[in-house]
Design a protein around this ligand. Sequence first.
Ligand code: G6P
Length: 362
Amino acid sequence: DASDIEKGTYPHYMLKEIDEQPLVMRKIIQNYQDGEGALEIDSDIVAAMKEADRIYIIAAGTSYHAGLVGKQFIEKLAKIPVEVHISSEFGYNMPLLSEKPLFVFISQSGETADSRQVLVQVKEMGYKALTITNVAGSTLSREADYTLLLHAGPEIAVASTKAYTAQLAVLAILAEVTARGIGHEVDFDLVQELGIVATAMEALCDDKEEFESIAREYLTVTRNAFFIGRGIDFYVGLEGALKLKEISYIQAEGFAGGELKHGTIALIEEGTPVIALATQGFVNLSIRGNVKEVVARGANPCIISMSGLETDEDRFVIPEVHSLLTPLISVIPMQLISYYAALHRDCDVDKPRNLAKSVTVE
Ligand code: G6P
């Protein structure tokens, strides 16, 4: 639908696509529900998942970051071991494979050459492949055995936003349906929890001034920024750093909170922005300990926590969602802070220098 790809009143596609995320969540829930309202995916895909002794997720860029979170979903719910690989590395440096691998390609465009190269290789080796993509009929979809669609609508801005959260939602559904197919108990209602996620996303999208002011306060003059977290917060930090790099050209890196002391902390100077994510109860104290370590070296901390885990020192508190699904929510502050940082620095938000939306060359 052509009207889907108009900017309308939005100054940039990126902002429009960020705002579309609650709607995309609801579309995904609808598209993956059966007549009774339970989540459902193609039984051939569930069978392929059940048969696999190990799942290999292959992806690039933001889709790779979604894969890191997807591994947690699949391992925690379906209890199948998962490896996540960068496409361009896997192609040339294939690890020793398990006996019955299933390959899962994650690609917004379905056209990324690095990922396609791996798909061609593993198909030649006789293995089965599933592609999770936003584009029906794309190369990676056509050449794989199975496809799961993201239903996110066209994503125009080079920096991926709604495709990332859609990938997470579809991966969660894949994990949940597989878990039930295997007979593992899932002790929460994913449909209901994704509904809570959609509502929380709306609240965050309504809080734009807050993220604009965080961007102004922390990222107007700095030349670098760090994102830290533990567990799945670490993976969201990687995505937050990538967003900021892509569109604001600020050198940004995501690090595991506990790894800082093994080298990275040398980079902390007076005023260095450190954005810390604290959405996981079991590491709440330890990530806050890591914040103290960088503050002692002069860092300017920006703690983004989740309701129920917050303290007085936090800069922003996101609404509470299921602990496994926090990346769907915590990434929105990352997206909006990056957007405003790029805007304040007069960068071309939708078409950053040197980048392409879909990279069809190796
Ligand atoms: C390009 C884009 C990134 C994207 C990556 C993977 O480099 O600039 O935003 O994450 O490709 O794209 P895909 O379409 O395979 O998800």
